[in-house]
Design a protein around this ligand. Structure first.
Ligand SMILES: [Zn+2]
Length: 279
């Protein structure tokens, strides 16, 4: 216990440069289970009381975090990138293979959309600096690794509406292949309130070229979410929100074809399907 307290103190003082270990005595690790596919999350169970497990274990080349139910059991949580192309994850302990997890093949459909405004499809060079700056701001936000007592990760859907584009869709704009869709689109009326799906803290607010009015929330321990294309936000930087609090309204700012919420969820900086967290 002493060493864990020390680790936590170092973590707080050094803004947590390594992967944290959650200590949840007598509580479950409330993470989604068995979503072993690209865009999902491995929740692997291991009997181990080794306090240095995070330095001895490898989940292939995936990032991972350890959540402990108690001193004997460890839940290993590893987000699987959409681009993960292998059909297995080799789990090694002290460089010895202890398990092989199979990765499911998941079908992601194609989506082809037309956008008339050519500046939004291929932005003018005068916009490149802004786009680069916003990309870096988003990159920093989604990789936030703050220590917090994350009690659960079951989320309520942030807005009432209809799913208009799922996570992972292979997109083509005006016939040209684009980046995969790394969020969930929920079409709703302009002005519909967007609510925090889980307790969190506002870590980024912006008016971005692609994302329009956007807010990023840090839920702690590597879990981050973002809300794009809002008509306006109702929160300020560093504000703490409790689940259900309104953070903004559905709009059509940025690169959109109609009013909707584009909702992203990141774990350890990796975008994963928000639907796996929904209650
Ligand atoms: Zn979207």
């Amino acid at each position: 216990m002493k060493s864990r307290s020390l680790v936590l103190l170092i973590c707080l003082l050094s803004s947590c440069a390594y992967l944290p270990t959650l200590n949840k005595k007598n509580e479950s690790c409330y993470f989604p289970i068995d979503k072993n596919y690209p865009g999902g999350l491995v929740n692997y169970y291991l009997k181990s009381n080794d306090s240095d497990l995070k330095n001895k274990l490898q989940m292939g080349n995936l990032k991972f975090m350890i959540c402990r139910d108690d001193d004997l059991n460890a839940n290993i949580l590893a987000p699987i990138p959409l681009t993960y192309s292998k059909n297995k994850i080799e789990v090694t302990l002290n460089d010895e293979l202890i398990d092989t997890l199979s990765i499911e093949d998941k079908f992601y459909r194609e989506s082809r959309i037309l956008i008339q405004n050519k500046d939004l499809v291929n932005p003018p060079s005068s916009m490149q600096e802004r786009i680069e700056r916003e990309y870096l701001q988003g990159l920093t936000a989604k990789n936030t690794l703050s220590s917090s007592d994350l009690k659960q990760t079951k989320m309520d859907i942030p807005v009432t509406g209809i799913t208009s584009s799922e996570f992972g869709v292979r997109r083509f704009i005006n016939g040209e292949p684009r980046n995969r869709h790394i969020g969930l689109d929920i079409a709703a009326n302009e002005g519909e309130p967007i609510r925090a799906p889980l307790d969190g803290k506002v870590i980024l607010i912006g008016n971005f070229f692609y994302k329009g009015n956007v807010v990023y929330l840090d839920h702690g321990n590597g879990l981050v979410s973002s809300y794009s294309h809002m008509s306006e936000e109702t929160v300020v930087m560093n504000q703490s929100l409790i689940a259900g609090e309104v953070l903004g309204y559905v709009g059509s700012t940025g690169r959109v074809t109609g009013p909707h919420l584009h909702w992203e969820v990141y774990f350890l900086g990796v975008p994963i399907n928000p639907e796996i967290f929904i209650n």
